[in-house]
Design a protein around this ligand. Structure first.
Ligand code: UD1
Ligand code: CA
Length: 478
């Protein structure tokens, strides 16, 4: 579409995104950069990036400084993990070696955006609850009104700590004054700056060198840019919870609560039963099928998926694991593992390091499985450890069976064929292969491979001596 003649030099189609992620976040009292603190399965800055996914941006710039390499590595790793990101432009990292304020951070973009004629969406890296829709609306209003800058604002019941936004009757911004620079009268204004702005870059580019650090913190404030630009418009968010900025651990906990309500409402609306929702936590990276039931004190984390009709909990932790349909998990911990349909896990099972449980299995009562595959209809029902093992179908692992998979240096594999049964308290010393239809006698220590259809007894024979008695020691009196 052709631009209007009055607006010839303004290209309203190009958008670049810049995220401010260079600060340490002193108020977090942490070695970890603030923007890497985690909220519901994603870091704060990852969430900010996620909220911009619907914006058709041509560039994505992240300004890093304090432990910048760490922030960079973390964002690269997460963008590789998220397939959604495949359509998005690659992240570009811009260094702000000294953190002299949000305005100074944006000044670092000058050499990178030379000649860029579009709009720049700027987001603080510590505003993790923004909705994609909110940012789309902000961009639309910005374009529609051909503003020089448009910023997201909210009326907060408690605006303490935020910059206050002063507007005229047309919603045009006159000034933004930081909380610490406000007079008592200015503090009565509850309209705050969310730290999310859309600037027309050619305008911002011109005035960035004008910013002065004449404030309480002696920092270059991006918010002072509004003094040099016009028109600058404020756009209120409907739900002020969206723009919560995380400055300390208390804010982080508040944001986690808000996110939990959102995530739980979504899954309940989609047909999932949550029993005692307040005692449950669900990362928003988790996927649940209708008719799943999540019982109290259960925590679902990371890339976890739960199938329809499954009942998880009470008292379970599942992370980065795929649970099929109609599975029950009771008082158990499952990480980086898979469980197929109709299996029963627990009470007190620990599946980890790529355990794969087939369909219709029973695993539980103090059983640990690590990096092991279990075929359909196999039971490992009591007091066992299976590590680096591969079990066929319809195997029965007797109570207390242990794979001795570690020789002190290396881990070794155990393979167990279909329908094989191990007696109670067997020790299977790996590397070891038991064929199909093998029976291992209780208490055996099996060190050599066993072919199909065998009974293996690997323990000393019982000795019974009839009439044998301990000699009574003589006492003085006798
Ligand atoms: C900022 C705004 C304030 C607004 C609030 C919203 C300014 C001057 N103030 O205040 O008006 O109400 O956000 O949450 O912008 N950062 C850098 N480099 C720096 C300094 C900061 O990249 O030199 C980054 C931080 O990592 C952070 C973001 O900018 O992600 C905001 O910095 P922060 O110190 O939290 O600003 P606030 O004091 O909260
Ligand atoms: Ca902040």
């Amino acid at each position: 579409m052709l631009a209007k003649s009055t607006d010839k030099q303004i290209d309203r189609t190009m958008v670049a995104i810049a995220i401010l992620a260079a600060g340490r976040g002193t108020r977090m009292k942490s070695d970890l950069p603030k923007v890497l603190h985690e909220l519901g399965g994603r870091s704060l800055v990852e969430r900010v990036l996620y909220s911009c996914q619907e914006i058709q941006a041509s560039r994505r710039l992240v300004i890093v400084g304090y432990r910048g390499e760490l922030v960079k590595e973390s964002l690269i790793a997460s963008s590789e993990k998220e397939q959604e990101n495949s359509q998005l432009p690659a992240l570009e990292f811009v260094e702000q070696t000294e953190q002299l304020g949000t305005g100074h951070a944006i000044q670092q973009l000058l050499p990178h955006l030379q000649g860029f004629q579009g709009d720049l969406l700027v987001l603080n890296g510590d505003v993790p609850l923004l909705r994609q829709q909110t940012l789309k609306q902000l961009m639309e209003i910005h374009k529609q009104h051909k503003n020089s800058a448009t910023l997201l604002t909210a009326n907060l019941p408690n605006p303490q700590g935020y910059g206050r936004v002063f507007t005229d009757s047309q919603n045009l911004v006159k000034a933004i004054v930081e909380d610490r620079d406000c007079t008592q009268a200015q503090k009565q204004n509850h309209r705050i700056n969310a730290g999310v702005y859309c600037f027309h870059w050619p305008h911002l580019e011109k005035i960035l060198p004008e910013l002065k650090a004449d404030n309480d913190q002696k920092e270059y404030y991006l918010t002072d840019a509004v003094n040099f630009l016009a028109p600058v418009m404020a756009v209120d968010v409907d739900d002020y919870q969206e723009i919560l900025g995380i400055n300390d651990r208390k804010h982080l906990a508040t944001a986690a609560d808000i996110l939990q309500v959102r995530v739980k409402d979504k899954w309940m609306a989609a047909g999932v039963t949550l029993i005692d929702p307040d005692s449950i936590t669900i990362d928003d990276t988790v996927k649940l099928q209708p008719d799943a039931v999540i019982e109290p004190q259960t925590h679902l984390r990371g890339k976890t998926a739960i199938g329809s009709g499954s009942r998880i909990g009470p008292g379970s932790l599942i992370e980065n694991s795929q649970i099929g349909a109609n599975v029950t998990v009771l008082y158990s911990v499952i990480s980086d593992s898979m469980v197929a349909e109709n299996s029963r896990i627990g009470p007190y099972a620990h599946l980890r390091g790529h355990a794969e449980i087939g369909a219709n299995c029973r695993v539980g009562n103090f059983v640990e499985l690590k990096n092991s595959r279990v075929g359909d209809r196999t039971n490992v029902a009591h007091l066992s450890y299976l590590g680096d093992a591969s079990l066929g179908e319809k195997v029965n692992i007797g109570a207390g069976t242990i794979t001795a998979n570690y020789d002190g240096v290396k881990k070794h594999k155990t393979t167990i064929g279909d329908r094989t049964k191990t007696g109670s308290n067997s020790v299977l010393v790996a590397p070891l292969t038991l064929g199909e239809d093998v029976t291992v006698a209780a208490g055996s220590v099996v060190t050599e491979d066993v072919p199909n259809d065998c009974l293996v007894v690997a323990r000393s024979r019982q000795v019974v001596k009839p009439g044998w008695k301990l000699k009574q020691p003589k006492t003085v009196d006798s």
